[in-house]
Structures are given as C-alpha cells and as structure tokens.
Design a protein around this ligand. Structure first.
Ligand code: AMP
Length: 397
C-alpha cells in the first residue's frame, strides 16, 4: 500500500509516492508542459538513484496521471495506491481541515474556484483525472489556507468597508500553509520545544512564491499573503504588497483594465519586473554578479522587504526565538540569507557565515552567542500532505 500526492500547477503536475506510514518518499517528480503542447517532460527520482527525465505524449492531467502510473510500473514499483492526497491552494471559508473528496465536496470546491482562479482549477482538473485513474483510492484534499483558519480577526480583516467582508468575503486567507505548518513543527522538534506555547517563530518561505508567517506555539498569528497569494513579499513574478492607489491611477489615467493589471501584477512584476532578466533567483543572482544593475536592485528590494517583515513580525510576537528559511531560495541561496540577516543584528540575530555556506538542511546556522536561532529547513510539503491525508482516510482511528 502507498500514498500518492499530487500538486497541480498551471503547467506542471508534481507528484510523490510515499509508503503507507507517510514517512518515506519512494518516488518523486514532476510532469512539466513547458512547451505548452501535447508533449511533456516526465521527471522521475528515486532516493539514491540518478534523476531521469523522458518526453511523454500527454496533453492533460489525466494523461499525466496515467504517465506517472506507467513510469511507476515500468520502474518495478507496483504498490497499490490506497490514498491520493491532493494539494488544493484555496479552501475558502468552508474547508479548514483535510477533507475526503466525494461528488458533493467536488462541487463545493468548484464554487470556491472563483476565489483562486489561477490556482484551484488545475488542482480540480487533477482531482478529476486521478479519481478516474484510481477509482478505488480515497482522494483527500489538503488545503494551503487551512493552517490559517485560527488567525485572529484583527489580522483577517483589511481596513476596508466592513460590508465588503460581509457581502463579498474580502478578508485575509493566507497561503503556503502546508509548508509553514511543516516548518513550524519541524523547528519545534529541532529546538526541542514541541508543545511549547511560548515558542516564537518567523518562517520565510522563499520560492517562486514567497510568504512569511509569524507563529506562536505552532499556531500562526500573522502572515503576509492575503485574500490572494499576490499580497505580501516580493516574489518571482508577483509584486507582493503595493500602494493600491497605483492601480487606481493606472486605471483612471492610463486606461488599464483588470485583465492587464492581473497579468502585470501576477506575471510581469517581482524579480522579473525589476531585473528585466528573469523570475528565477539564480539567474537574477548571476546577472547581478556580472554587474547588471537592475538585477542587483531587484535582489536588494527582495531582501529588504523580507527584512522589514521579519522586524514587523518580531514585534507582533513580542520577540523571536528562531528565524526559519525554507523553499528554493530560502534553502539554497547562501547570499540571500546573508543579505537578509545582515541588518537584523539589532535583534541580536547573528548569522554564522561558515555554517550558512554549508547549506545543510534542517540545521541551525546562527552563531553560538546569537539570541535567535536561524534554521534552514527543507520543506516537505508532499510528506505533510500524505500525513494529513493518511490521518483522515476512511477507516483510520
Ligand atoms: P521553489 O518555488 O521552492 O521551487 O523555488 C524556486 C526558486 O528557488 C527559484 O527562484 C530558483 O532560482 C531558486 N533556487 C533554487 N535553487 C537555488 C540555488 N541553488 N541558489 C539560489 N536560488 C535557488
């Protein structure tokens, strides 16, 4: 028996196969349609082996799920898949727990899709496909927003007319919750402070999407992403928080419509918008090192906003016990971590540059005499999804 985890994006379907206890990843990979046609690349990795990638003919998620199944069988992995855990970005106001997907629940998810038009539809298409390919498995939705269901009301609301909240549901939801929840629990474990309600953490999830969350005793008390995953920190192609007056000005004086603004804010801003080079941090870094001024500026803006958020969240928490870096940039960019921490000495947060350079997952990279631990944690969203799904599978105690 095993658990398959699916994480659908607009042009990718990430997958992982875990053992029945949701502890060990047996296989992981992604089906990637970067070409945008009926051909995709299927990446396949098993622990201790070379990663492989092959071109496959498939134009939709159903084809992709079949290809994943095919490659598992071709590689001699024939464990029965009893649970499929689906990452769903937005659970709306309704879903704040992992939930078994049946036809009724599927319809409710469809309605929530209007809240996350970029993110939920691919996941729903993958749910539909996987239910057809694995009709006997329990399909369980695990939500990125669920971690934030207990956020205090003063963090949930925006300072807007109250009836917008009541009539249109305008509020902060928070995203990347699966990753932040995992990191909070892992940090408590590393620090030996599980179930310590006084533990104060600031977690920075820095990947293509970026968010920070302030956590007390493994519960979030503030987070940067909001009504949508566009809010908060600067990201690969997303702007993060900006003066909303800019949008009014562009609409009123330059005739830009919603579609144009959506495209600009979600896909043409952030690291890409400022550097003009790429949304990929490594490429921006390479250009900056080669003397590209706008690439350097993009990185300085990126780091500065993270630093300010850490400062603000430290005040929210009344202090900070550990700062956590995770996701692609947070886990791998020595220079970004260094840049962020340099300037936070006022919090008595002191980075050990040698440990920082070692890039060891799940390690403390603070100096011995730093008052604040600095942890580099490898996020394991797939494992978290599998565990959450396993806990609520039909028949589990
Ligand atoms: P994610 O969304 O978590 O997969 O993270 C993607 C981001 O991580 C991209 O901007 C990558 O450039 C960045 N990234 C991945 N590996 C590295 C690395 N070794 N150094 C710097 N950035 C990296």
């Amino acid at each position: 028996m095993s658990i398959l985890v699916l994480n659908a994006g607009s042009s990718t379907l990430k997958y992982a196969l875990l053992d029945d206890a949701a502890k060990t990843e047996l296989v992981g990979g992604v089906v990637d349609w970067h070409g945008g046609d009926s051909t995709a690349t299927l990446h396949f990795r098993t622990p201790g082996c070379e990663d492989s990638h092959t071109l496959v003919e498939c134009s939709d998620y159903r084809g992709a799920v079949y290809e994943i199944l095919h490659s598992l069988t071709a590689n001699g992995i024939d464990k029965k898949i009893s649970i499929v855990g689906h990452r769903i970005v937005h659970g709306g106001p309704v879903f704040n727990q992992p939930t078994l997907i049946d036809d009724h629940m599927r319809e409710e998810l469809e309605q929530i899709s209007t809240l996350a038009p970029l993110h939920n539809p691919p996941a729903l298409a993958a749910v539909e496909a996987a239910r057809k390919v694995f009709p006997d498995a329990a399909h369980i939705a695990v939500f990125d927003t669920a971690f934030y269901s207990g956020l205090p009301m003063h963090e949930v609301l925006y300072p807007l007319p109250y009836q917008w909240f009541e009539e249109y549901g305008i509020r902060r939801y928070g995203f990347h919750g699966i990753s932040h929840a995992y990191c909070a629990a892992r940090a408590a474990e590393i620090l030996g402070r599980q179930e310590d309600l006084s533990l104060r953490l600031v977690i920075c999830h820095l990947g293509n999407g970026c968010s920070a969350t302030a956590v007390r005793g493994e519960q979030p008390v503030a987070t940067t992403m909001g009504f949508t995953p566009l809010d908060g920190l600067m990201m690969g192609t997303r702007s993060g928080s900006i003066d909303p007056g800019i949008l009014l000005h562009l609409m009123q004086q330059h005739g830009m419509n919603g579609e144009h603004l959506d495209e600009s804010l979600n896909r043409q801003s952030g690291l890409l918008g400022i550097s003009g080079v790429s949304s990929d941090f490594r490429e921006v870094e390479q250009s900056a090192n080669a003397g590209h001024k706008r690439a350097s500026l993009a990185i300085e803006m990126f780091a500065s906003r993270i630093r300010s958020t850490i400062g603000a969240f430290t005040v929210t928490l009344g202090g900070i016990d550990a700062l956590i870096f995770t996701a692609g940039i947070g886990e791998h960019s020595t220079t970004l971590r260094s840049r962020v921490c340099n300037g936070l000495q006022c919090l008595n947060l002191l980075l050990d540059e040698d440990k920082n350079r070692e890039n060891d997952a799940d390690s403390n990279i603070a100096q011995m005499d730093s008052a604040v631990r600095i942890l580099l944690i490898r996020t394991r969203e797939e494992q978290s999804i599998a565990r959450a799904a396993q806990r609520i599978r039909p028949g589990s105690p």
